[in-house]
Design a protein around this ligand. Structure first.
Ligand code: PMT
Length: 403
């Protein structure tokens, strides 16, 4: 999932030959899940048509202060555009526009919007090589950087003039990758590795039957997605689950079946992670022997001897070095006391209590109601929320407490 997904991106197009590449850039931004609106300088429309960009962005394109096409003539509000945008990308940015941005010369809608915008601004210069290396341009680009704008360096190659050198606008793919990387680095868990267990475990009785539980994996999968959205690299170790992580390249999914499989997988990664969250519902016991063949119906009763499974979370608590360790407690009675006891016994930094007494909480539902208890016995209660929101709250609490 791209960090640009769901974001409002304003694309500013100025009058350079590289403007033709903004059709592709618009497509890439839409593909990344962003909403795109385009503002152009009046001369840029000679290089790429507003119709092309409005068709691709699915939004009207503006390039004049006054909209003469509207039923009643009206202002195109640069203030509204600036407030709407989460990010403003000016590509291509000509030497002329760059110079006006430095001086604050708001003689067109694109620059008036730049002066109004409160969001991060990315500038992709495009011009001939002598213009690009001219001290005036270098000074202007330095000035733009010093104002907090981010410059996406021009590339080397053949220029429209036929000359070869630096000044070509970065390719649309490079612009998108540059911005994504720049944004990811600012996320609170960038550079951190997070291990998450999710789902149920199945303990085989024979080749066709197992002891399982009602966990769907929803809570653990939402945690994995939230951790990835916070910039982390995620290892998701899941019991059998139909949940999906489609689109999340930062999540490595490992599918397991039994508690012992989950234990083995967890300890292959645990030493190298910064944070571990155990959301899986792990079977405490497994059949001592797994029958080789399907057990036939015979007597009125059937006894299966169960033996204890390893406690994965307790094992992580024991092996803990610098990891920040979070467990869950699924309770049906004496909730707080039971959760507090698990927190201490398993050497956790905090525990997330959910109770089957609360309607809408626990297994399978899209919602959950949690209470977080930390190792200093500070208790934070949350209202019933979607598991997506719950996951975000848990991650926020980790970020607040993680050193
Ligand atoms: O998957 P969903 O349908 O969305 O449901 C979510 C959930 C209810 C499964 C989840 O919110 C939850 O509560 N997960 C923990 C369930 C559980 O097994 O709780 P517990 O109180 O029995 O275990 C305490 C902790 O020890 C848990 O973090 C558990 O993962 C861990 N544990 C337990 C036993 C064991 N052998 N190994 C473990 O690691």
């Amino acid at each position: 999932m791209s960090v640009l997904s769901g974001k409002n991106i304003l694309l500013g197009v100025t009058a350079g030959i590289a403007a033709y590449k903004t059709a592709h850039l618009t497509r890439l931004l839409i593909k990344a899940g962003a909403q795109v609106r385009v503002v152009m300088t009046p001369r840029a429309v000679e290089f790429v048509t507003p119709l092309t960009l409005s068709t691709l962005s699915k939004n009207p394109v503006v390039y004049e202060f006054i909209n003469h096409d509207a039923e009643k003539e009206m202002w195109n509000s640069h203030v509204e555009l600036g407030l709407w945008a989460d990010y403003y990308i000016i590509a291509p940015a000509t030497a002329n526009t760059i110079s006006k941005m430095v001086k604050g010369t708001a003689d067109n809608l694109l620059i008036a919007t730049y002066l109004s915008a409160k969001c991060p601004v990315y500038v992709a210069p495009a011009m001939d090589l002598d213009m690009y290396r001219h001290p005036s341009t270098r000074d202007n680009l330095d000035a733009l950087s010093s104002f907090g704008n981010v410059i996406i360096p021009a590339e080397s190659g053949e220029l429209a003039s036929g000359l070869i050198g630096e000044g070509r606008m970065a390719e649309p793919e490079t612009i998108v990758a540059f911005i994504e990387q720049h944004l990811v680095q600012k996320l609170p868990l960038f550079g951190k590795k997070v291990l998450i267990t999710a789902g149920p475990t199945y303990e085989l009785i024979d080749p066709v039957r197992f002891i399982g539980n009602l966990s769907s994996g929803k809570m653990g999968f939402e945690l994995a997605k939230a951790a990835a959205d916070f910039g982390a690299e995620v290892i998701l170790i899941s019991g059998p689950s139909h949940q999906s992580i489609e689109g999340y390249t930062q999540i490595k999914r490992v599918d397991v079946m039994s508690a012992q499989n989950m234990y083995d997988s967890v300890f292959q990664s645990y030493a190298g992670v910064d944070i571990a969250i155990a959301a899986a519902a792990v079977a405490d016991y497994r059949p001592e022997n797994v029958a080789d063949q399907k057990i036939k119906k015979s007597d009125e009763t059937l006894s299966i001897k169960l033996v204890k499974n390893p406690d994965i979370l307790a094992g992580m608590g024991k092996e803990k070095k610098n990891q920040f360790l979070v467990g869950f407690a699924l309770e049906t009675e004496n909730e707080l006391a039971n959760a507090q006891s698990k927190l201490i016994k398993k050497n956790l930094d905090f525990i997330v209590l959910n109770s089957l007494q609360d309607p809408g909480a626990g297994f399978k539902t899209d919602t959950n109601k949690i209470t977080i208890i930390d190792k200093f016995d500070c208790i934070t209660e949350f209202t019933l929320q979607t598991k997506k929101e719950v996951a975000k709250n848990i991650l926020n609490m980790i970020v607040k407490n993680f050193k």
